[in-house]
Ligand binder design. Structure first.
Ligand SMILES: Nc1nc2c(c(=O)[nH]1)N[C@H]1C(S)=C(S)[C@@H](COP(=O)(O)O)O[C@H]1N2
Ligand SMILES: [Mo]
Length: 357
């Protein structure tokens, strides 16, 4: 069990259950070191051992089976980087205030995940033709006593449509940045669903059930869902893909910047749908936009770091920095909040005020 007093470098949003935020102004490199990767948990960390752990695969399959940790680790493995962002990242900036953990900008990180393709394990079970979804169960459980209350004790569970579950980027991961997963990030095995918000990447995974009907569990109907409008009619749907977003790491909010210098504005941009096409910066509240430079090269399902050399004015005073990203699917980061998204999917521009001194 993690001891919150031993956690350095992360902001403690909640110690039980454990919710830790990456101080986003510390962003340096594309891969987030494991000890700086945010932690999001809804229940107490389960205590699992590699020796006792089993992955059960059942439901609409020809041959239900169980895998041990050693068996899973003997299967062909892939390593790939992916950005994971919590759907509630940025909630602290919402007006009116939304319920839930009040994340700043740092409930997001990018790691290199190693594991087995989910599609390999599903193939081995022989998915029946009537199956449409796979439901993933975490070993953690509890009762949610505040509104909306859970129906007694429940597990953390989410489903994926088989079209996503069978995609080659979806992994049953047991390593993060080359090291075995630690308890906070889902030891022994977690699902990693690149492109989707973090709630899909079920940690402490111990069961996969194939289902012929849509799953409407607590964590994708009452929570982690939003209103989508069809012909003007709002309907609750589960949160899936991350829309395009850029965040400013530096300057930090209210940072003092000397007048007349060239300041390196720096941050990250990501989109679950496609590559980042451009990142633009405004220093006058959104009238004029300047292109930032995209750094490194694009990697699928990963954020792209960017920078902009800002010629800081000679006049002291308060300035407002804004960023907006566009992806190759032509989606542009919105400037304002969409209330249909409830307390989730916060990708609109969040201005950063700085003092030129
Ligand atoms: N079993 C389980 N899996 C879970 C969660 C959880 O509470 N229990 N939280 C989810 C949410 S909401 C997010 S954002 C990610 C966060 O992953 P991390 O803690 O490794 O950063 O894990 C997801 N997987
Ligand atoms: Mo999340």
């Amino acid at each position: 069990v993690a001891d919150a007093t031993k956690i350095h470098g992360l902001i403690i949003r909640e110690s039980e259950p454990l919710n830790l935020e990456f101080p986003f102004s510390m962003l340096e490199q594309a891969i987030t070191p494991r000890h700086q990767f945010f932690v999001r948990s809804h229940f107490s960390l389960p205590s699992l051992t590699a020796r006792e752990w089993r992955l059960q695969v059942d439901g609409e399959v020809d041959s239900p089976f169980e895998l041990t940790y050693d068996e899973l680790r003997k299967l062909p493995a892939e390593t790939r980087p992916a950005t994971i962002e919590c759907a509630g990242n940025g909630r602290a900036f919402l007006v009116p205030k939304a319920k839930g953990v009040l994340w700043g900008t740092g409930a997001v990180g990018t790691a290199e995940w190693t594991g087995v393709l989910l599609s390999n394990v599903l193939r081995r079970a022989g998915v029946k033709p009537n199956a449409i979804e796979a439901i993933f169960q975490g070993a953690d459980s509890g009762e949610v006593t505040e509104e909306p209350q859970s129906p007694g004790v429940i597990h953390f569970e989410r489903s994926l449509p088989l079209t996503k579950a069978n995609r080659p980027e979806v992994l049953l991961a047991y390593k993060m940045n080359g090291q075995d997963l630690n308890p906070e990030h889902g030891f022994p095995v977690r699902l990693v669903v690149p492109g989707w918000y973090g709630m899909a990447s079920v940690k402490w995974l111990n069961r996969i059930t194939l289902s012929s009907t849509p799953f409407n569990g607590y964590w994708q109907s009452l929570e982690y869902s939003y209103f989508q409008r069809s012909q003007g009619r709002p309907s609750l749907v589960a949160i899936t893909e991350m829309p395009v977003k850029a965040s400013i790491a530096r300057p930090a909010p209210h940072e003092a910047i000397p007048a007349g210098v060239v300041f390196r504005v720096f941050g990250a941009a990501w989109s679950g749908k496609s590559e980042i096409d451009s990142v633009e910066i405004s220093i006058d509240g959104g009238s004029e936009w300047h292109s930032a430079d995209l750094l490194g090269r694009p990697l699928p399902y990963c954020w792209r770091l960017w920078e902009y050399q800002w010629q800081v004015p000679r006049d002291p005073g308060r300035y407002q920095l804004m960023v907006r990203a566009t992806d190759k699917a032509s989606a542009v980061q919105p400037s304002g909040r969409d209330p249909d998204r409830r307390g989730y999917m916060i990708n609109h521009t969040i201005p950063v005020d700085v003092e030129v001194v």
